[in-house]
Every structure is written in C-alpha cells, then in structure tokens.
Design a protein around this ligand. Structure first.
Ligand SMILES: *Cc1c(COP(=O)(O)O)cnc(C)c1O
Length: 359
C-alpha cells in the first residue's frame, strides 16, 4: 500500500541539506553562513537556567523577548512577531497571505526557502531575475506587481549573491507598491551591510503599513541552533494573523531566554560585525589573488563564479574531501558559482589553501 500525499508536496523543491553533519574529523564549515563564534557565556547561562523549568510550556506570546525587541527597535510589541527561526515566520506569512489565484513576487537567485511559499499555498510565483550586477532589479519587481499580488519578498543583502541595494532605492520602491501588497524585507544579514545603517529601514515602518522587516538571531547573534527569528511590522495586523495559523508554543523556552539575553549585549554584536568585516575583506582579497571575481559582498559570505573552464561540482566535492564545506551555486539558482561563508582566520586560510590546490 502506498500513502496518498497532498499535491502540494510534489511542488516543494528539495534544498540539499548541508553535508557533513554525520562526518567525523575536524571540519571547516563555511556552507551555511553561520557565525564561527559560539554564543557568549551569558547567553549560554540564560538558556541553561530555564532548563530546570521545562516541565512547563513556554510563554506562548514570548512576552519578555518581544518587549526586549520592542525596547531595542522602538517598535510596539504588538507589531512584533517571533518565530522558530525566521523561516518559520516566512512560511507562516505565506500561509496567512497566499492561496490559489494570488501571486508572490521575488527575485532569483535568492533565498532558497522562497519557492516553498508558492509550492505550499498554490499561489503563482512571479520570479524576477537579478540584474547584471546580481542585485535585485526593483524596477522590474515593481512592474511585476498585479492586482493578484499579495506578497513581495526582497532579500537585502541577498542570499546567495551577497549583494545589497541602497536604502534610497528601497524607499522609492515602497512608494510604488500598492497598500494591499505586503512587502517583506528579509534582512537576515543587515548587520553586516555597510551601505547604510542596518536600522535605517525601520524609518519606513512609519510610512508604509504594508512593510515587514524580517530578521534573525541565526546569523550575527550565532544562535541558529536554537532557532529564533523576528518580524518588525508596520501594523499589528500581520502578527495577529500569524498567531492564528501557527501551532501553539512554537518558540521554546531556551530559545526565548537566549535571544532576550543576546539583545542585552550590543557590544558583542558590534565585535562580531567587525570580525566578519575583517574576514570578508581577507577572503575577497585572497579570492581575487586567485583570479576570481567575488561579488561585492555586504553579508557574512562571498559569492563567485568558478570560471568558464572549471567544474563547480568537482571543486565543491574536492573541498569536502578535505573537510572544507561550501555551497554549490547550482543548488542555489546559479550553475558555476560558489557560496562560502566568512570564517575565522584559520578557516579562511584552510579554504584558500585547498581551493588553490584544486584550481
Ligand atoms: C539564514 C537566512 C535566514 C534565517 O533563517 P532562520 O530560520 O532565522 O535561521 C533568513 N533569510 C535568509 C535570506 C537567510 O539567509
């Protein structure tokens, strides 16, 4: 006998999981844009301290965390949604806004989770290619909006291409979007962006009721193993809708405690941003020295074409055989490219050493 699955399941693209979780030996993990640095002791202590109370369910409203986010960003707590990672919020937003007959607009290549939104909901995806500089083409995206559009996703800085768009361009784009269309700015990497102050986009929340800023504790805060994301919304409408469609108690107690504590250490965030900038500059210089042309990265990773005479898959496999894990562009929407996270000095050196040998 074989089970009868929902037709949506056949539409969901398979994103290859990071390899090496089961692999022994030392690894240089540069494949998931994680922080190379463990959480600070205060954060570990805060998460550990709640474990003795986990016979009780966590606060379903994540009140303390949402109040701390509210204090940090000056956005009322009722306009803040949290999630079991920001991917959880993304999928919930898809569930709350999309259905057959509606449309979602996003760029490509961009974040691998976006295609799941149309697959699950049955909405139509309007996919707008990145421009020649591998940046979002906001003019084309504005033109792609129709009366059926419910959601526009903009990943800034963009994963996997590492490029960012200027705040002014986003502000002008927002002027062109009709009020009924939700615009989600996915800012998972905004802290690493030097084009503008990372919090400049908060200004737009005052003017555009349809805007959502999606952020995460997974990258600069280094808490991806605990799964905490948050959405800063211009109105309480969306957080209310998300609450309706999600399972209760989606954010566990340790995650709530760790994220709240992490917010109390802005100096640590600044330190991590500084070291990511150093690592990024170093990687770019060393890639260029190999004759490669990394995109102008505003994130904690680099993106480059391997070159016309070279096979991406054999380079990725060759690196993995030496315990260096990176992402193949083919899995991210562009054949012949590689995405490599900015690691520690030692990790970068090992990556460059093995890459040099393979080229
Ligand atoms: C890593 C990443 C996220 C964060 O995902 P979490 O579920 O919060 O771990 C969101 N958006 C983009 C573009 C990312 O690269």
């Amino acid at each position: 006998m074989s089970l009868q699955f929902a037709s949506a399941l056949r539409r969901i693209p398979v994103y290859p999981a990071g390899v090496g979780y089961a692999r022994g030996g030392p690894l240089v993990r540069l494949e998931s844009n994680e922080s190379p640095y463990p959480p600070i002791p205060e954060v570990v202590a805060a998460a550990s301290a709640v474990l003795t109370g986990v016979n009780r369910y966590p606060d379903p409203d994540s009140t303390v965390l949402r109040e701390a986010l509210s204090a940090r960003y000056g956005v009322p707590a009722e306009q803040i949604a949290v999630g079991n990672g920001s991917c959880d919020i993304l999928l919930a937003v898809g569930g709350a806004l999309l259905e057959p007959g509606t449309e979602v607009v996003y760029a490509w290549p961009s974040f691998s989770v976006y295609p799941q939104l149309e697959a699950i909901s049955g909405a139509r995806a309007v996919v707008v290619p990145l421009d020649d500089d591998e940046c979002h083409d906001l003019d084309a995206m504005a033109k792609a909006i129709t009366p059926a559009t419910r959601l526009v996703l903009i990943c800034n800085p963009n994963n996997p291409t590492s490029t960012a768009i200027e705040f002014d361009a986003i502000a002008r784009f927002m002027e062109r979007v009709p009020d009924h269309v939700c615009v989600m700015l996915d800012e998972a990497y905004c802290e690493f962006n030097t084009l503008n102050d990372p919090d400049v986009s908060l200004k737009l929340l005052t003017y555009h009721q349809n805007l959502v800023l999606l952020r995460t504790f997974s990258k600069v805060y280094g808490l991806c193993g605990l799964r905490v994301g948050y959405a800063l919304c211009a109105s309480p409408e969306l957080p209310r809708a998300l609450k309706l469609i999600r399972q209760p108690f989606f954010l566990n107690a340790a995650a709530q405690a760790a994220a709240t504590e992490a917010l109390a250490h802005p100096d640590e965030v600044a330190r991590r941003v500084d070291s990511a900038h150093v690592s990024r500059a170093e990687l770019r210089v060393r890639l260029r020295a190999l004759g490669l042309s990394p995109a102008p990265s505003q994130a904690n990773f680099c993106w480059f074409d391997v070159g016309p005479q070279r096979d991406e898959a054999s380079i990725v496999d060759g690196l993995a055989e030496q315990g260096v894990l990176v992402r193949a562009g083919s899995a991210l929407g562009k054949e012949g490219a590689l995405r490599v996270s900015c690691g520690t000095k030692e990790e970068n050196a090992r990556f460059i050493e093995v890459l040099t040998a393979l080229l």
